[in-house]
Design a protein around this ligand. Structure first.
Ligand code: PA5
Length: 468
């Protein structure tokens, strides 16, 4: 199993900047017990947005995903995933971690005959045009993913690509589209019904950022040959482990509590996520959305204005040792750093002993794997020297089973943190607010009032600044 080491957040190691772990575990044991019991008790209740806790047990989804992947096997050279936020970040992070490095540059044989995969999660016209220049749409399966079925960015991408496909393939274009969306609601569902696309469902009460283990993440992964049964095995094991209501045995509860108290008692509200692995380079992006959109809230559950917000910060080891680490150590002591350590890499690379009589000869004859893990030890001890709290999560290796554990751990941790902060971790009112303004500015029907309000605000701001 993956492990959490919280030694370096203890006041025994970093003095007053750290926490008295014994005290906090004792003090919060009853509250944690209550939170975990409630999460498990409420997970099936409609409106609680906890259905993601059941995704490891939805055998029929896994079956349908595998059936579809087998059906299209060998038919496409490329998978193109359209989506934004929770509809893309999980699949992107997991595919980058689980596929061979530089997957899209490998030839078909090196990819074991599986297609290349592209995630379009932005609406940059140059990026989209560039991608369309290199993709043969006739040999591309487009997986358009939007739970609401109306997100402007995703639907705009889809409209451009669908139009091109229609031109190229005539009515057969439908065979190159698979939509993942709500079972009933939304424009994409309506279009899929009318035009006859193959569809997968984002289940009710699963929010975007908690949807990676639904068809949202599983389908793109299965299409490129990733073993989704192993993913399910990893989630189930983690789910069972994290049902333990004893804080001493529940690493999600420990990590949530440590981050919560570091923020509330020690003023360390920035959570740095720093995996020492290039394959995990998009994991901090997924984590940033999960942590930020879930915990950044203006009001608590009683409606009192609190402006809660532990801030996630993305970093990568060792690269950021030569970029942000100077600040982490000598800047404001307002951060908690999480290292992700991979015990065993797929490859072992020996550094050859070629510069024997030089200052780098100490490297020769050792593996670069050893250097990588020496760097985490060096970085974590340096952080302790500067009294900077840091934690380490260790993965035995990068595979489907351990990554599923890692992602699920963070989902549960986020839900527990939401309860500790006493906020609703499953809403995103200000994301919706800005989505509405975008609809208004793009003249969407029904948003006329918003559009007028918005234009007035922009004009007024300019007037105040004397810019008219
Ligand atoms: O977590 C969330 O709910 C959001 O970040 C959504 O994933 C994001 O807004 C995209 O929404 P949709 O899937 O409806 O297009």
């Amino acid at each position: 199993m993956i492990k959490l080491d919280y030694t370096n957040v203890s006041n025994n190691i970093i003095g007053d900047e750290g926490l008295d772990i014994e005290r906090i575990f004792n003090e919060y044991a009853p509250r944690i017990q209550e939170i975990i019991t409630n999460l498990n008790m409420n997970k099936d209740k409609p409106g609680y947005w906890l259905q993601w806790m059941n995704l490891g047990y939805r055998e029929e989804t896994v079956w349908y995903v595998k059936e579809f992947a087998a059906m299209v096997d060998g038919r496409f050279d490329n998978i193109l995933v359209l989506g934004i936020g929770g509809s893309s970040l999980g699949g992107l992070a997991l595919s980058e971690a689980l596929l061979k490095p530089y997957w899209n540059l490998l030839d078909k044989e090196q990819r074991d005959n599986f297609p290349r995969i592209f995630f379009l999660d932005n609406i940059d016209p140059d990026e989209i045009s560039g991608l369309l220049n290199i993709l043969d749409l006739k040999k591309t399966l487009v997986n358009v993913i939007t739970k609401s079925g109306s997100t402007a960015e995703t639907m705009a991408q889809f409209m451009i690509i669908k139009d091109r496909m229609h031109e190229l393939l005539g009515d057969d274009y439908r065979k190159n589209i698979v939509a993942t969306t709500d079972k009933q609601a939304g424009i994409l569902r309506q279009l899929a019904n009318e035009e006859g696309y193959k569809t997968f469902v984002v289940p009710d009460d699963v929010g975007g950022r908690f949807s990676v283990f639904s068809a949202v993440g599983l389908l793109p992964l299965a299409l490129v040959g990733i073993d989704i049964d192993e993913i399910i095995r990893g989630i189930k094991l983690m789910d069972l482990t994290l049902k333990n209501t004893d804080i001493r045995k529940n690493i999600a509860a420990q990590n949530a509590l440590i981050h919560f108290l570091m923020d509330k008692e020690k003023g360390k509200y920035i959570s740095v996520m720093m995996p020492y692995s290039s394959k995990l380079k998009y994991f901090p992006d997924w984590y940033a959305q999960l942590w930020a959109e879930s915990l950044g809230k203006a009001y608590n559950k009683e409606g009192i204005e609190i402006h809660n917000g532990p801030t996630p910060l993305k970093a990568r080891g060792v690269t950021d040792q030569y970029s942000q680490m100077q600040l982490f150590n000598e800047g404001k002591n307002d951060k908690v750093i999480t290292f992700i350590r991979v015990n065993e890499f797929d490859n072992e690379l020996m550094i050859p002993n070629i510069f024997e009589y030089t200052g780098v000869n100490y490297l020769g004859g050792k593996t670069i794997n050893r250097l990588m893990n020496a760097e985490i030890d060096a970085a974590s001890v340096t952080f302790c020297d500067y009294k900077r709290p840091n934690l380490t999560i260790s993965l035995p290796r990068i595979n489907e089973y351990y990554l599923a554990q890692l992602f699920y751990l963070y989902e549960i941790q986020t839900a527990i943190a939401g309860e500790l902060y006493n906020i609703d971790a499953f809403s995103q009112p200000s994301t919706e607010h800005s989505k509405d303004y975008t609809y208004a500015l793009m003249d969407r029907l029904g948003y006329e009032e918003s559009a007028n309000e918005l234009r007035e605000k922009i004009a007024k701001n300019k007037e105040i600044m004397g810019l008219n």
